[in-house]
Ligand binder design. Structure first.
Ligand code: PGA
Ligand code: MG
Length: 238
């Protein structure tokens, strides 16, 4: 980690992102989205099924954004005007189908990144209270954390539907700090994307990004952040 030294003097708590930071959930997203396209009879259209490389560019801004991005992608893949889809008419059924399928596949095609347990244990051993803050719907996030054995680490789990606005808006981080009773300047945000970094900057939280996540398909080290780590286990050693 380059410019941040993690020590108890500097931080009173940590807020940790879920997808792309603690759990590699790409397999769940891809499975649920392809089942959704099957329901809508869009599965066979121009170059589908969707692949992880495509979906990883769309993840991180919540389910509504993800479903809209996939429908837009299908639209741009349509080779003939006759294949063009009505995005507005498809959105509601697509979203309902996606939610149903994601609920069923949640955690089945996903895995903890290496070093996550060590990192969380290290933060906990330092006495830092932890909150999980994701743009994933809170119910999906809680079920996933439980399935992966991580639920016991967090005082609270906030999702993309917990507040009026999602990351990159600072509101969820400010609310998480309020819950923790800590000042943003002393609350470390750990994430995988520019979404997390922008929210942290705007809230006044220091931010460290992992190098292995999704970051909307862009190189993460180009993002304005206070440090980068290759594994959460590095937090233990600071
Ligand atoms: O957009 C999502 O569903 C999840 O994204 P996040 O856990 O990286 O915030
Ligand atoms: Mg993320």
């Amino acid at each position: 980690m380059n410019s941040i030294k993690l020590n108890q003097d500097r931080f009173d708590a940590a807020i940790i992102d879920l997808d792309g930071t603690m759990v590699d959930t790409m397999g769940d997203f891809v499975a649920a989205l392809n089942l959704m396209l099957g329901d809508l009879a869009l599965h066979g259209l121009a170059g589908l099924p969707l692949e992880a490389a495509t979906v990883s560019r769309m993840v991180g801004k919540g389910s509504e954004h993800l479903v809209k991005s996939v429908l837009n992608h299908v639209q741009t893949q349509a080779k003939h005007a006759s294949e063009a889809i009505d995005l507005v008419a498809h959105y509601e059924p697509a979203y309902a189908s996606y939610q149903r399928h994601y609920d069923a596949v949640n955690g089945r095609h996903s895995a903890l990144y290496p070093g996550v347990l060590e990192g969380l244990c290290g933060l906990q051993a330092r006495g830092l209270p932890l909150v999980c803050l994701t743009n994933k719907p809170a119910a999906f996030a809680r079920a996933l954390l439980k399935l992966k054995g991580l639920d016991g680490f967090f005082r609270e789990v906030f999702g993309g539907d917990s507040f009026e606005r999602k990351k990159p808006d600072p509101l969820p981080l400010l609310k998480a700090c309020e819950f923790l009773g800590t000042r943003p300047a002393r609350t470390l945000m750990i994430g995988d994307s520019s979404n997390d970094a922008q929210a942290a900057r705007a809230a006044g939280c220091p931010v460290v990004l992992v190098s292995y996540g999704y970051n909307h398909g862009e190189p993460v080290r180009a993002v304005d952040a206070d440090g980068f780590i290759d594994s959460l286990a590095e937090l233990r050693r600071q």
